[in-house]
Design a protein around this ligand. Structure first.
Ligand code: DGL
Length: 271
C-alpha cells in the first residue's frame, strides 16, 4: 500500500519563480516526487491587493491538497505573505512557506543588524518580513519593492546596462541604510544573484528565500519521518493554469531543465 511517504510534495507559486524552490528541493531530495502548480493565468501576484492574492493562493493550495500530497510548499513570497497566518491551520499536511525560513537565516547572519529585503509590492505592503523579525532585538529591517525585476527574469534578462540602472536605483536606499544582509524576498530573484552581488559588493550577504525554504522542506520531512528512502527516482509533474507550452518555455529558460509532463488545470478546478 502507498504510504504518506510515497506521496508527492505539492509546490505552489503564482507562476515561474517557485521553480527556483522546486529545483533546490529536488537537488536536496532527489527521491521525492513533486507536483508543481504555477498559477500563470493569474500571475503576476506582486501588483495585486493582498486579499486577492490570498483568495488565489488558497484556491491553488486547496487544489494541490485535494490531489493528495504529503506536504504543501508555498514557493512564493507574495502568496506566503497573504496566507502566512492561517495556512497551517487549514491543512492536515505540513505547510512550508518562504518568509519565516529566510527571515530566520537573515537575523542569524547579520553582524550590524541592518537587514534589507527586496520583494514584490504585495510582499512589501503586507509587512510580512517586518512581522517576522519584529521580536528580534537589534535588527532593523529595510524594505525595497522591486516590481520590475520579475518581468526581466521571465524574459531571461539578468544583465545589461538597462537592468543594472534599475538595480542601482532600487538598491541605493538600502545601501544608504548600511545593510550587511539582503533577503531575496521573491522566488524569481535567485536568478539575479550575480547582478545583486555586483551592485552591492562582497560586504553584503545574500539570503535566498528559495534556498532557505528548501532547507526547511528537508528538515520538516526528516523530522516527521516523511522523507522517501534513496533509490526511488523522483517524478516531477507540472500543472499550470495558463498555456503549457509557454510554461515549459519560460520554465526551461529559468532553471535550465526540460520541464516534461506539463498539464493545464482550468477554471472548474479553481472554483
Ligand atoms: N515569485 C513571486 C514571489 O516570490 C513573485 C512573482 C509574482 O509577482 O507573481 O513573490
Amino acid at each position: 500500500m502507498r504510504s504518506d511517504r510515497d506521496l508527492p510534495i505539492g509546490i505552489f507559486d503564482s507562476g515561474f519563480g517557485g521553480l527556483t524552490v522546486a529545483r533546490a528541493v529536488w537537488d536536496q531530495l532527489p527521491a521525492e516526487d513533486v507536483v508543481y502548480l504555477g498559477d500563470t493565468a493569474r500571475a503576476p501576484y506582486g501588483p495585486l491587493p493582498i486579499s486577492q492574492v490570498r483568495e488565489y493562493a488558497l484556491e491553488c493550495l486547496d487544489l494541490l491538497d485535494e490531489s493528495g500530497v504529503k506536504a504543501l510548499v508555498i514557493a512564493c513570497n507574495s502568496a506566503s505573505s497573504a496566507v502566512l497566518r492561517d495556512a497551517r491551520e487549514r491543512y492536515d499536511v505540513p505547510v512550508i512557506e518562504v518568509i519565516l525560513p529566510a527571515a530566520r537565516r537573515a537575523v542569524k547572519v547579520t553582524r550590524t543588524g541592518d537587514v534589507g529585503v527586496i520583494c514584490t509590492t504585495a510582499t512589501a505592503t503586507s509587512q510580512s518580513y517586518d512581522d517576522a523579525v519584529a521580536a528580534v532585538p537589534g535588527v532593523r529591517l529595510h524594505t525595497a519593492a522591486c516590481p520590475l525585476f520579475v518581468d526581466y527574469v521571465e524574459r531571461g534578462v539578468t544583465g545589461g546596462s538597462e537592468l543594472l540602472d534599475v538595480a542601482r536605483r532600487y538598491l541605493a536606499p538600502l545601501q544608504l541604510e548600511g545593510i550587511d544582509t539582503l533577503i531575496l524576498g521573491c522566488t524569481h530573484y535567485p536568478l539575479l544573484t550575480g547582478l545583486l552581488s555586483y551592485v552591492l559588493g562582497d560586504g553584503v550577504t545574500l539570503v535566498s528565500s528559495s534556498e532557505e525554504c528548501a532547507k526547511q522542506v528537508y528538515a520538516q520531512l526528516t523530522d516527521l519521518g516523511l522523507a522517501r528512502d534513496a533509490g526511488h527516482v523522483g517524478h516531477r509533474r507540472f500543472l499550470t493554469t495558463g498555456d503549457p507550452s509557454r510554461f515549459s518555455g519560460i520554465g526551461h529558460r529559468l532553471i535550465g531543465t526540460e520541464l516534461n509532463s506539463v498539464d493545464q488545470v482550468v477554471g472548474a478546478a479553481l472554483g
